[in-house]
Write a protein that binds this ligand. Structure first.
Ligand code: GLV
Ligand code: MN
Ligand code: MN
Length: 412
């Protein structure tokens, strides 16, 4: 049994047209009008397959084919449809389109399976609205509740609760939507690698054994805003220069004190008043620290705290360091890894067992169920940018592997 490459291509084409930044990559934040349009497209497809559809209070879409096994746990598979700003066409969407295609093939072949199969589309994976990655799966697994959603805000100070409610979601109900252990037997997510290992080694499939953990901090430095021309250099308390010292130090620490797998990034920064002729009064920046080994993350966190303290003293600033989001590194299920390997061998696909430096919603489900991930190559290892690219043939291969693995797990 095989997926249909034309349908996959058609879905990708139809969906990637929907972006808030035409000619400048895909920008499709959760709860935006672009998100709404993509949801409408996908829901129409899912309704056409006569699946049992549920949209939870945070916006995760679940579409189940029960097939006479109402009381049994599902084999879940899917990914996310939101993107970063000016992101690529393939991050998240590849897994969602593949999951849709798997469901089509299962339904059109009228397969009888021992377990239900359930497609899931996670909301707000990228953290583009609120700076917290995997919010949809964190709510689904009970890591965040209603009170948290009332406190979590976007840059304009609007709460996630309000944004979700305005999007038409039943946010008040999230407590009842929490995924239970007996609802799911396994979770598999197909995703683009987002790094260059598979592409450079010309291997079409990655089977993920561990997903990196991450911590995201918001660092706020307050100094003294003043005139850029009339304030002598030795009479300044400039938070911008303080921030630049910390940013540069983080690169050094991740390289020299972290593990080979440790990474640290400052990708978002705001300053006030943001004028060429004014010394900033305040600078806020986000620090994203990741590693598959928890020690690597902790080393950088300690250094961030130490360096910020030093800079505050040296430059007469005030600082606040706030942990805005975190997830632990996780090992994936040996059972699902073996199932994917068996399927790959059966189909004659070459594969590599590897780690994921990016985070994924699937990681949130590891306490509840057996989780596995399939990677397909990212050309030149580019991701979270408009240049992100994956070959359609590789997506088909990944989709066929997903299909084979889902059937295998649903019938064992
Ligand atoms: C999500 O794509 C992440 O790894 O930040
Ligand atoms: Mn993703
Ligand atoms: Mn992403």
């Amino acid at each position: 049994m095989e997926s249909c490459i034309r349908r996959i291509e058609n879905d990708i084409e139809n969906i990637t047209k929907i972006t808030a930044t035409p000619q400048m990559g895909c920008t499709r934040f959760s709860y935006s009008k672009e998100d709404k349009q993509v949801r409408e497209y996908l829901l129409k497809e899912l309704e056409g397959l006569r699946l049992k559809i549920k949209i939870d209070g945070v916006g995760n879409i679940r579409a189940k084919y029960v097939g006479g096994n109402e009381d049994k746990p599902s084999i879940m598979f899917g990914s996310h449809i939101d993107t970063v700003a000016n992101g690529g066409k393939f991050d998240g969407l590849t897994g969602v389109i593949s999951a849709l295609e798997v469901m089509r093939v299962i339904k059109e072949n009228n397969l009888s399976l021992k377990n239900p199969v359930e497609l899931i589309i996670f909301a707000e994976e990228e953290g583009s609205n609120f700076g917290i990655t995997m919010l949809g799966s964190k709510v689904l697994t009970g890591k965040y509740g209603l009170e948290d959603l009332k406190k979590i805000e976007n840059d304009e100070g609007i709460s996630s609760y309000e944004i979700m409610r305005n999007f038409g979601l039943d946010v008040e109900n999230i407590g009842n939507d929490v995924l239970k252990k007996d609802e799911v037997k396994a979770m598999i997510e197909l995703h683009v690698e987002q790094g260059g290992i598979l592409d450079s080694e010309k291997i079409p499939i990655g089977i993920v054994k561990a997903i990196a953990g991450m911590k995201t901090y918001k660092v706020s430095l307050k100094g003294v805003s003043n005139h850029a021309g009339s304030t002598p250099m030795d009479l300044r308390n400039d938070p911008m220069v303080g921030a630049s010292e910390i940013v540069t130090y983080l690169e050094k620490v991740a390289k020299e004190k972290g593990l080979p797998s440790t990474v640290a990034t400052v990708g978002k920064i705001h300053c006030q008043p943001n004028m060429p002729n004014v010394i900033s009064g305040e600078v806020d920046f986000y620090v994203d620290i990741r590693d598959v080994e928890a020690d690597g993350v902790e080393t950088v966190v300690k250094e961030l705290e130490k360096k910020t303290e030093e800079i505050v003293l040296k430059r007469g600033l005030k600082a606040q360091i706030e942990l805005v989001g975190e997830s632990d590194s996780v090992r994936l299920s040996t059972k699902v890894i073996e199932a994917i390997e068996k399927s790959a061998l059966e189909k004659g696909f070459e594969y590599k067992i590897m780690n994921s430096g990016a985070v994924h919603d699937s990681a949130m489900l590891t306490e509840l169920t057996e989780v596995g991930m399939i990677f397909v190559p990212s050309i030149n290892g580019r991701s979270h940018c408009p240049e992100e690219l994956t070959d359609l043939q590789d997506i088909k291969l990944g989709c066929d592997l997903l299909l084979n693995t889902v059937i295998r797990l649903a019938n064992e």
